[in-house]
Ligand binder design. Structure first.
Ligand code: ADP
Length: 493
């Protein structure tokens, strides 16, 4: 199987080694590169984060000596990639409104100096002339569209300029297009192929599982310092250890409160949200990337393009907006493949704002879709079953039988394993009485709840919880003596 994933011709592997430093292609990488270089096919690539998407579009023109055009939504991300390529001795550049020395860059571009050209979707809208000229003068191997889920309003990051890339693509019909994303449901996938006018595209879809992420959920009491203490314990004790933490908050205000709390615990951190100045945000970003601070407390404005390999923990302080955003956000943890964890603190009321905003939406289908994503998230938070399986079931239609079930999967799986271990310990002791072990499945306590409310009503709602409970269990205590004849006495015996 591995042999099929590698080229027959050693020249490819030689370039791979010389420029990228790898001795083999990862499964799927070669399939995509081969279909572009040798078959000129369009591709739709859905690859889990950390799998190696960039190589798929960076390799072809390094091999041919022509140029690849990459469209990406974020300037900072493109600048990072240009820098990374230059370090590897691969010439690359960026064209867009933020570009200095535009004239020189253009000249070099048309002389064929750059293997990879990065542009924004906005540049592509007006720039198809430049790209055809480049194709005539130098030759373009492929147009890569990164973060392609931005074309779809069913996705979570819709960008209007992405929507117009279909036109751009049609104006350059003979150049293969590779659309890439890390998250896509069936709806988004279809939308990508349709709106980018992909022709008979090769579809590549890796699994979405990130086995190194441990998933947990817990209640949010509302006092960040108190809530976060256990999650941050390791960092308090071992500040020197490598690895960073991202804490996501739903609002700017929560971001500031939580950042203050984290600082109060004694951990270096900075806030990041759209209300800060550009300089402040850049500072937070840089300090985080360079390990000057341990934690960044951010709204979801912080994220796309965070390419830090050693984020050990992603914490959500407040319920994530929906299941797809959540998958994307935790994708930033553990990109180096080492064990990392993802925790959500939530309270029942967390969804009220989202629901309210959605209720104002006029597009009925879109509203329905968003509400579905939101209740999936709610289901994820409330489930007593494997969280990983629930999360992945949303993206993958195939059977998920082999997913999860280990101690390193999620809090629910770990609890189940610990319970069965305790159970067999008790069994082996043969103590006569069986201690109660927390059940794996949720239990229905609605009868008990109804009885309790019945008792409270029966007693006229005049007491705290103790008297109704004594009344329910039929206590013979003095305190409930005068209520023996009331309806419901002893009902919960
Ligand atoms: P993605 O964009 O899919 O999240 P990247 O392109 O950033 O992933 O690659 C993730 C990691 O995998 C990077 O550290 C990269 O160096 C590494 N990588 C990519 N391709 C290979 C390969 N063929 N062999 C070894 N490592 C690879």
């Amino acid at each position: 199987d591995d042999l099929q994933n590698q080229p027959q011709d050693a020249a490819y592997l030689q370039v791979l080694k010389q420029y990228f430093g790898y001795s083999k292609f990862r499964p799927m990488q070669w399939k995509i590169i081969n279909s572009v270089l040798n078959e000129k096919r369009d591709n739709c690539v859905i690859m889990a984060t950390g799998y190696g998407k960039s190589l798929c579009y960076q390799f072809p023109s390094v091999f041919t000596g022509r140029t690849t055009v990459v469209i990406s939504p974020l300037i900072s991300l493109m600048q990072d990639q240009v820098l990374g390529l230059k370090v590897a001795n691969i010439d690359a550049c960026f064209l867009g409104s933020a570009q200095e020395n535009m004239k020189v860059v253009m000249e070099n571009l048309m002389k064929g100096k750059y293997r990879v050209l990065y542009i924004t979707p906005e540049f592509a809208e007006g720039g198809s002339g430049v790209i055809s000229e480049l194709n005539n003068k130098v030759g373009i191997d492929l147009i890569a569209i990164d973060e392609a889920h931005c074309v779809s309003q069913w996705g979570h990051d819709f960008r209007a300029a992405y929507r117009n890339l279909g036109k751009f693509r049609s104006s350059l019909p003979s150049i293969p297009v590779v659309a890439l994303t890390a998250t896509a449901t069936m709806d988004v996938r279809k939308d990508i192929c349709r709106s980018l006018h992909l022709k008979n595209a090769v579809i590549t879809c890796t699994g979405f599982d990130r086995p190194n992420l441990f998933l947990t959920v817990g209640p949010k009491m509302g006092n960040p310092a108190y809530d976060l203490r256990t999650q941050l314990q390791d960092s308090i004790n071992k500040q020197h250890l490598n690895g960073s933490i991202i804490i996501y908050c739903p609002t700017k205000k929560t971001t500031m409160d939580v950042a203050a709390a984290v600082k109060g615990i004694g951990i270096s951190c900075l806030p990041y949200h759209a209300g800060l100045t550009n300089a402040n945000r850049k500072e937070a970003h840089n300090q985080f990337i360079n390990n000057k601070i341990k934690v960044v407390v951010a709204t979801v404005a912080f994220g796309m393009g965070i390419d830090k390999p050693d984020v050990r923990k992603v914490i959500h302080y407040g319920a994530p907006k929906d299941i797809e955003s959540y998958y994307q956000e935790i994708g930033r943890a553990g990109r180096d493949g080492l064990p990392s964890s993802c925790h959500v603190f939530y309270a029942e009321g967390d969804f009220n704002t989202s629901r309210f905003l959605l209720s104002k939406m006029t597009d009925v289908n879109f509203k329905k879709h968003k509400l579905k994503m939101l209740s999936k998230m709610q289901q994820y938070l409330g489930t007593a079953h494997c969280r990983r399986r629930l999360l992945l079931a949303h993206f993958e239609s195939k059977s998920l039988e082999d997913i999860g079930g280990t101690e390193n999967c999620c809090d629910n799986c770990r609890k189940r394993i610990e319970n069965s271990r305790t159970q067999s310990y008790y069994d082996s002791k043969n103590w006569g009485i069986k201690p109660t072990i927390a059940p794996d499945e949720p239990l229905d306590y609605s009868k008990e709840a109804r009885d309790l409310f019945g008792a409270i009503e029966s007693l006229g709602g005049r007491f705290g919880i103790t008297i109704p409970v004594m009344f329910l269990i039929g206590s013979s205590s003095q305190k409930v003596q005068k209520f023996l004849k009331f309806p419901g006495y002893g009902k919960g015996k």
